[in-house]
Every structure is written in structure tokens, then in C-alpha cells.
Design a protein around this ligand. Sequence first.
Ligand code: HEM
Length: 201
Amino acid sequence: MTRINAKFQGESVPAVAQALRYSTRSAHQRLDRHPLLQQLVRPGLSRASYTASLLALYRPQAQLEAGVTVSAVRLGLASGEAAPAPPRLPLLEADLCGLGAVFCLPDSSEAREAGSSAALVGLRYVLDGSRLGGQVIARLVVERLGEDVPHRFFAAIDPDGHWRRFLAFSQHHCPPEDVDNAVEAAQTAFEDYLAALDAAL
Ligand code: HEM
């Protein structure tokens, strides 16, 4: 699926966010074509396959959120305007419980920490960006499985607001000479996410 930011057209996008989009395009494509994510957007989704996809997302989501949270605290970027968006893991857990799935919290040592504010921009790009596709997925899941199916993780509120706050954060916390660090962190985060999904196949 193409990443079209029609809603944000006309709004200025910081150079680092443009570089992130360009350099992770193929990584995103590999992710959204992954069988465990593709089945979410294809006709024929069943409650069982939806549950399997959510279970597969649990580990990479936990790792990425933990990486962002711990890094933001260590870098002194965890409060005020700079604070990361609230975690979505509790919503994913609530959905899994509602679906009757059994899961256990992954090892927190698996989280990859950002050593600089630019690297945190890269991690947050992947995490906050993943909310945008979630809106599309939530709509399709409800269409196929009905309004009653637990879908709080994908339907988490205000993805566009969080995205705009991320863009502002990226502008203030990634000097031009550090864009490569942000790109490297985002690429690694995409690779980690993909590897964890592969491991769930
Ligand atoms: C089936 C799964 C997925 C689909 C269908 C999908 C779809 C999309 C769509 C349609 C957008 C653009 C939305 C908008 O601008 O309003 C988007 C943006 C984005 N998605 Fe995904 N996505 C999926 C999974 C993921 C995952 C798992 C991640 C990361 C872990 C991710 C990271 C991103 C990022 C970073 C952006 C922002 C791109 C930019 O504007 O620079 N996506 N996605």
C-alpha cells in the first residue's frame, strides 16, 4: 500500500522527515506486504487470523515503544512538548484479552535505545507513523468483522495530532548534520519490526 499523506498536503514537512520517508520507503513496503499484516487488509479476514496478526504485532510493538520511552527519559525528552505519544501497548493488550488470546510480555532488554536525540527522531518516526496506517486498518477490520470486534489498538485516537507533534519534534531535535543518524535508527527499527514479525510466522 502506498503511503499517501493527502491529509497533510500543503503542510510543510521538515527535511529530516522527508529524508526518513524517502529512505524507509522500501522497508515500509516490505512490512505492509508481510503476510501477517497483509491479511488485515485483504478480503476474507477471520477473527482467528486477526487475532494471529495482533499476537504477532505484540513483540515488535512492545520493543519499539520501550525503546522510545526509555530513550526519551534518558535524553531528557520525556515531558512537555517533547513527550512521546502515549503508548498503544495497553490497547493492544486489551484487544488481545477481548479476543481471548494468551500472551506474555517480551523481555524488556530487547528494546533498542537511541543514543542521541536524532536517533530518537528516527525511532519516533517509525512508531508515530505506524499510527497513520492503523486508521486504514481499523476501518477495514470493522468492515469485515463488525463494530464489536476489539480494535482499540488500530483505532487509537488522534493519529494525525500525534503525527504533527512528531513533525515538530523532528524539526527541533535533529540538526541537519545528524539526519543520517535519524535515518539509520529508523531503518534499524523497521528491520527489527520485520524480524519480529518473521519470527511469528
Ligand atoms: C498492513 C500494514 C500497514 C499499512 C496498510 C500501512 C499503511 C500506511 C498508510 C496508508 C500510511 C499513510 C497514512 C497517512 O498519511 O495518513 C502509512 C504511513 C506510515 N506508516 Fe504504515 N502501514 C502499515 C504498517 C506499518 C507499520 C507496521 C509501521 C511501522 C512499524 C508503519 C510505519 C509507517 C510510517 C513511519 C508512516 C509515515 C510515512 C511518512 O509519511 O513519512 N506502517 N502507512
